[in-house]
Each structure stands twice: as structure tokens, then as C-alpha cells.
Design a protein around this ligand. Structure first.
Ligand code: DQA
Length: 144
């Protein structure tokens, strides 16, 4: 099984940016944690990160017929991007939306998620463990 883990804008700044919302783990720590989990589960993971909306669309498109699932934290594009929603709908690859912080407990604009309509799961507010939960969900889904 092969999953693409995509992180959007400013997630490369983890550990530096607003630690009260996003914690002290760095982006490199996050990748290590996911890699270890994937090894334990015997699955393969590829990582992508970009601060640019079009790159995220390209990454999603590249999963078509190549990946069994997507775990994506679209960052602020969650709340604005119809292009990212459309890309997920286009490829039809099971996709989980992850947010490190609890987006429903923050500003009203963070309660809107365009991508959610195309996702099989949303995990929000579970810190970086949310990525692992999303991976486990996709593994279970694939087994069904
Ligand atoms: C985020 C929440 C978004 O509202 C924010 O713009 C981010 C990160 C999260 O992981 O909690 O960049 O997706």
C-alpha cells in the first residue's frame, strides 16, 4: 500500500510557527514520526510539501493510478481552495484531511473546509498524531 502525505503552506515552519497551536515538533520530526509508523505498518509513504496552491493540485493529480490514499493538511488553503477540492474529486483517491490544531475551536474562517466534502475522514486537533490516525484509517479502508 502506498500513501502520499501532503502538507500545504507554512507546515514546513512547524516547531517555529505558533507553538501554542502547532506544538514544538519540527517538520523533520513529523516526517520521522510518520516514516516510523509506516514502517511498523509495512506500508510505503511519499512526502510532499509546498507553499503554493498549484503545486498541491499537481501532487494530488500525480496520485491518480499511482497511490492508494492521500493524507493532506492543506494549511490555510483548506479554507479557500476550490481547486484543491476539485483535484481530490478528479483523482478519486481516498483522501483524509488532517489539521494539527482544532480548527473548529479557532476563528470562524477556519471552520470552513472546502476539501472536506471530498474526504473520507477529517482529523482535527489531535496534534501530529492525527496524521497517524489518518494513515491507519486508510489502511483499514483498503482492507475492506
Ligand atoms: C492547520 C489549520 C489551518 O487553519 C492553518 O491555516 C494551518 C494549519 C492545522 O494543521 O491545524 O496552516 O491546517
Amino acid at each position: 500500500m502506498k500513501i502520499m502525505v501532503i502538507n500545504g503552506p507554512n507546515l514546513n515552519m512547524l516547531g517555529i510557527r505558533e507553538p501554542t497551536h502547532y506544538g514544538k515538533e519540527t517538520y523533520a520530526d513529523l516526517l520521522k514520526k510518520i516514516e516510523k509508523h509506516a514502517e511498523e505498518k509495512g506500508i510505503s509513504i511519499e512526502f510532499r510539501q509546498s507553499n503554493h496552491e498549484g503545486d498541491l493540485v499537481d501532487y494530488i493529480q500525480s496520485t491518480y493510478q499511482n497511490f492508494d490514499g492521500i493524507v493532506i493538511n492543506p494549511g490555510a488553503y483548506t479554507h479557500t481552495s476550490i481547486a484543491i477540492l476539485d483535484a481530490v474529486k478528479a483523482v478519486g483517491v481516498p483522501t483524509c484531511e488532517v489539521h494539527i490544531s482544532d480548527v473548529n475551536a479557532r476563528e470562524d474562517f477556519r471552520k470552513i473546509s472546502y476539501i472536506r466534502a471530498a474526504c473520507v475522514l477529517t482529523v482535527s486537533g489531535h496534534g501530529t498524531d492525527g496524521y497517524l490516525e489518518a494513515i491507519d484509517y486508510l489502511i483499514e479502508l483498503k482492507g475492506k
